[in-house]
Design a binder for this molecule. Structure first.
Ligand code: IMP
Length: 842
């Protein structure tokens, strides 16, 4: 007889895992060996993992209650999780056992895991950062919760047709999400519209009620977030909109019935789709609804949990820290004020004090087009009570400003939360600064820039509020999982404590001098490149040269990121081959991938240009074995995991001062690619860590960019004076890369030559190409190149998101790291022992 506490759903050995997989196939999924599909195989493994995760999830959550832990709430409109199977099994420490179990069932783990859809609920860096933070919070024992939206459609699926980007819906939920559990009873109403009416309460106090609202329900779906080998399982709770109206079948005529069902569908549109814009504000009502939907449901849940054990609201900041990922969740500020005043009966001052101690805001960009500014009429219509509270916050705040700085009208206007003028709008960043405890930038340069530029006035007022938290990446996904060969090589040398303490990698630094280690390191990179070559051959029918430099640029397509610089350089290399076909040429493979926002015409035209250049290069016999270029479609977390381990050269080419941090730069360096990049974002700190000799820095500094803009910049000077640049630009202008439509790329040329080249592509071209020559020179000396690659891996420990999370914990959240007591860990069931027995058997 199997008992609840020792049944096979808890055991961690291969034999039990095998039985559990079989059990799920038959009893959960109702499939026989004749009817099992690939999806079923994947799901049965996921369900087997979930059994272990849920057990630990309950123990962890109960322990947080036992010790009345301070909780951290990471609120984000985006969580770019990617696939989860590998991560779940690695963190549960049963990957080898599952592989063995599948092997015995005649299945191949690598094939099984390919059946999972990427959870692409994000655009890029901001969403992936949230995902890395979840992994690090669980691993570092921080009682953290992710809160977001369960979009039916995540970031669109990108196809490339005839060189152009085509957007297709992302069908990630088409077979259901195997990882989340719906909580039908965790359901909160979220109100919209209506009006705010004053009344006097029984104590004679003036109060406000939000009435005549239309309400939508938020329904919770939970995904477990395991820490690495510590039995902690945190929670990611995503909200789905569901209709709040019960349909009264009897009273409806046929037409009314159909209308009623349609209306309920309309309400559910709130969580239908992720806005596909990266660092661009789109002021649509639906987006504001999404933001408030997230904030309202999340705060109801946070406050419910707090109220279960506490009755003094003044204790809230001691037990709760809220982190707003960008300004998108900053309505949390007026919402918390509203709940404390309107429902809990607190006065303004107390509510304000609590709110300002509880909420924190992360700034992710200084690009003006990204800053959220909601038109006052839109907000008045959708959230009248919130607008009223924002006005009151603003009135009191501006009084403080006058008290501090005197009657400087311009300053007051600049600092107002509501920008006045023809189209008054709520400045969400300003609201975030005024209503929060800490405001952080995401890399040192970026934090310095916000203090000097967009938030200068606020920094003068609140110098201690602004702090830096340089971003990081999780070493579990971005080294251990995506690059098993390099991980094993490292662990062979220094053990595996680096997985949770990335600075340990410093120990391999000196191995750069060992010929034997360099050989092994080279073999790893070579094998990784061969894996990628096989993938590209299968998907695109293009064969690549493993000994060429794998030069990779993968990120959102954005003018400030300057994919154009890399494209122009690639075209220039092509011209060199054509001019001198017999000359020696350092072989190179240039790979691009990334999505452009569907409405971003210039970025989409750049994708087409890259594809046209690639086509020219790849179809010319003169380039064979020398130069290849490919734009890989549909960039996702999973594709990044294939590309990064195979890279030799990491392209980080943003105009200085414009990339807040970047995290792709960290992933490449950690996997042994050398960076060619500007002094921008975290590149600066990467250079500091790896050393100037181990990175290729080019281009203007942020100050030089500013100065050039101030003093007048003439891109034509560069066009006139750099013949190879001129040749490429003329080719693009004259239809050399697109003979059937010779004028197609004129907007790009106009932008560069006639419209001021805002991103200074031409100004940095020469410096970039010079550094690319240095790259080629160094690559020819493989021993030297590999030494530098090893130094990169060894010296980027700082960029672990574990470090970032511990900084947030100490400097912003003021919370403790927790470990589970023995009776709440897997050891309570003797599982570890069981695992060892199984391993010996194997
Ligand atoms: P929540 O924090 O209320 O969302 O509950 C999450 C999980 O925490 C529950 O499923 C329980 O396992 C655990 N939990 C909830 N309330 C308590 C409590 O009062 N004491 C101990 N554990 C609790």
């Amino acid at each position: 007889m199997i008992k609840l506490n020792d049944d096979i759903t808890k055991a961690m050995d291969a034999e039990s895992l095998k039985l559990d997989i079989q059990r799920h196939l038959r009893f959960t999924l109702a499939k026989s060996k004749y009817s099992t599909t690939k999806w079923d195989k994947f799901r049965s493994v996921a369900l087997t993992a979930l059994d272990r995760l849920h057990d630990r999830w309950i123990d962890t959550q109960e322990h947080y209650y036992d010790v009345d832990a301070k909780r951290v709430y990471y609120i984000s409109m985006e969580f770019l999780m990617g696939r989860l199977l590998d991560n779940m099994l690695v963190n549960l420490d049963i990957l080898d056992e599952v592989k063995e179990a599948l092997d015995e069932l005649g299945l191949d783990y690598d094939e099984v895991k390919e059946n999972e859809f990427d959870a692409g609920l994000g655009n890029g860096g901001l969403g992936r950062l949230a995902a890395c933070f979840l992994d690090s919070m669980a691993t570092m024992g921080i009682p953290g919760y992710g809160y977001g939206i369960r979009y039916d459609y995540g970031i669109f699926h990108q196809q490339i047709r005839n060189g152009y980007q085509i957007e297709k819906p992302d069908m990630w939920l088409q077979f259901g999400n195997p990882w989340d559990v719906v909580r039908p009873k965790v359901l909160y109403p979220v109100d919209f519209y209506g009006e705010s009416v004053p009344y006097t309460d029984s104590d004679g106090q003036l109060r406000f009620k939000w009435v005549n609202t239309q309400s939508v329900n938020a329904l919770a779906f939970d995904t477990p977030v395991p820490g690495y080998k510590n039995d902690i399982v945190n929670n990611l709770r995503l909200w789905k909109a569901s209709s709040s109206k019960a349909i009264d079948f009897q009273s409806f005529s046929q037409g009314e019935y159909i209308d009623a069902v349609r209306d309920s569908q309309l309400q559910e549109n709130i969580s239908r789709v992720l806005y596909p814009n990266d660092k661009v504000f789109v002021g649509q009502e639906l987006r504001l609804k999404q933001e408030y939907f997230l904030v309202s449901a999340t705060l109801q849940d946070i406050l419910r949990r707090f109220k279960k054990v506490h009755n003094d609201w003044r204790k809230l900041p001691d037990k709760v820290a809220i982190q707003c990922n960008d300004t998108h969740p900053n309505l949390a500020i007026p919402e918390l004020m509203r709940v404390l005043m309107d429902y809990e009966g607190l006065d303004w001052e107390t509510s304000w004090d609590i709110t300002r101690k509880t909420i924190n805001y992360t700034n992710h960009t200084v690009l003006p087009e990204a800053l959220e500014t909601w038109p006052v009429p839109l907000m008045r219509n959708l959230l009248p009570r919130h607008l009223q509270i924002i006005y009151e916050i603003n009135k009191r705040f501006l009084n403080d400003v006058r008290d501090t700085f005197g009657h400087d009208v311009n300053k007051v206007r600049r600092m107002s939360i509501i920008s006045e003028g023809e189209k008054p709008a709520v400045q969400m960043a300003t609201l975030g600064i005024v209503g929060s405890n800490k405001v952080n930038g995401v890399a040192r340069l970026h934090t310095e820039l916000i203090k000097k530029t967009i938030f200068k006035d606020f920094y003068e007022l609140y110098p201690d509020k602004f702090i830096n938290m340089t971003n990081g990446i999780t070493p579990r996904r971005w080294l251990k999982q995506c690059n098993p060969r390099l991980s094993e090589l490292i662990s062979e040398q220094i053990g595996d404590s680096w997985i949770t303490d990335l600075n340990q990698l410093k120990k391999i630094d000196k191995l750069a001098d060992s010929k034997a280690f360099r050989k092994k390191f080279t073999d790893v990179k070579h094998q990784n490149k061969k894996d990628l070559i096989a993938f590209i051959e299968a998907e695109y029918g293009i064969s690549l040269e493993p000994d060429s430099i794998f030069d990779i640029q993968i990120k959102r397509i954005h003018e400030y990121k300057r994919q154009l610089l890399v494209a122009l350089h690639t075209a220039m290399l092509y011209n060199r081959i054509k001019a001198n076909p017999d000359a020696e040429f350092q072989p190179r493979t240039v790979l691009f991938s990334g999505k452009a926002a569907p409405g971003y015409t210039m970025a989409k035209l750049q994708i087409k240009l890259i594809n046209s250049i690639a086509e020219k290069i790849n179809n010319d016999p003169d380039t064979k074995g020398k130069l290849s270029c490919l734009f890989l479609e549909n960039y996702t977390v999973s594709l990044a995991e294939r590309l990064i381990p195979a890279a030799d050269l990491s392209e980080q080419t943003s105009t200085a001062g414009m990339e807040a941090s970047g995290t792709g730069n960290m992933k490449f360096a950690l996997n042994g690619a050398l960076t060619i990049g500007t002094l921008d974002g975290a590149n600066i700190e990467i250079r500091e860590e790896v050393g100037e000799d181990n990175i290729f820095i080019f281009g203007l500094t942020d100050e030089e960019v500013e100065q050039k803009r101030r003093e007048g910049y003439n891109p034509r000077d560069y066009y006139d004076s750099i013949p190879e640049l001129q040749q490429v630009l003329n080719q693009i202008r004259d239809g050399f890369f697109e003979p059937d439509e010779p004028e197609l790329f004129h907007p790009i040329i106009r932008n560069l030559l006639d419209e001021g080249d805002y991103f200074m592509v031409l100004a940095d071209f020469e410096s970039y190409t010079k550094q690319q020559q240095e790259v080629e020179k160094l690559y020819k000396d493989q021993a030297k190149w590999i030494k530098k690659a090893i130094h990169n891996v060894a010296r980027v420990g700082k960029f672990s998101s574990d470090r970032t999370i511990l900084e947030y914990s100490k400097q912003i959240w003021d919370c403790e790291q927790i470990s589970l007591p023995k009776d709440r860990t897997s050891q309570k069931n003797g599982n570890n022992k069981k695992r060892k027995v199984s391993k010996q058997k194997a």
